[in-house]
Design a protein around this ligand. Sequence first.
Ligand SMILES: Nc1ncnc2c1ncn2[C@@H]1O[C@H](COP(=O)(O)OP(=O)(O)OP(=O)(O)O)[C@@H](O)[C@H]1O
Length: 209
Amino acid sequence: MDHQLKITLENAGRRFNRDWIFKGLDYTFEPGNSYAVLGPNGSGKSTLLQLLNGSLSPSTGKVNFYQNDALIDADDVFKHISLAAPYLELIEDFSLTEVIDFHFKFKPFIAGMDRPRLIELLGMQTSKNKLVKYFSSGMKQRLKLALAFCSDTAILMLDEPTSNLDTQGVDWYLQLVQNYAVNRLIIVGSNQEQEYSFCSNHLLITDYK
Ligand SMILES: Nc1ncnc2c1ncn2[C@@H]1O[C@H](COP(=O)(O)OP(=O)(O)OP(=O)(O)O)[C@@H](O)[C@H]1O
């Protein structure tokens, strides 16, 4: 990855119908830094992450994306972001091998990674040809995380990254953070300390109600 991405929010707000989820949000997400977006269930973490990945527009204010200080279009932002989230579904009728091959048609592997290494990282050598619909919920979550961490993008966006993971899975996730998040802008939507304690910046949604 040879570029950096910065996201700024200027007086940003989002509402659904008459309900404001948050407003008056001024914030800068700097390249290479780690951020936790925090708040209780239903407070608007996922909504904010969707603004930050260009899939939802603000009701007021602005979300700006800069690549090496040049403004880029919100429609082009997805190329620079790897997202792992509960609402992002894997293709259930694909085998593990097919899911990986399909995913990496759209995004390159990080340096030194390829399909066999990714399967090894997942510890799923014996499930290569298993259809994803027969994966356990924890296996699916590991796969989503591994696809995100192993894609060569400037931004890693993780919504509830340890959902469905057991304690071993949580340790495995923290290992991914250590090994594959270096120098990337990482944004974690969460209300569980274990999954965001490495983040140096905290954004509390409830400060913007
Ligand atoms: N498309 C939509 N239409 C109407 N309301 C919505 C829509 N998407 C989200 N909301 C509402 O916005 C609020 C914030 O939801 P959001 O999913 O962002 O919260 P969250 O903090 O991520 O919650 P959780 O921790 O439970 O995942 C909720 O009240 C939700 O019902």
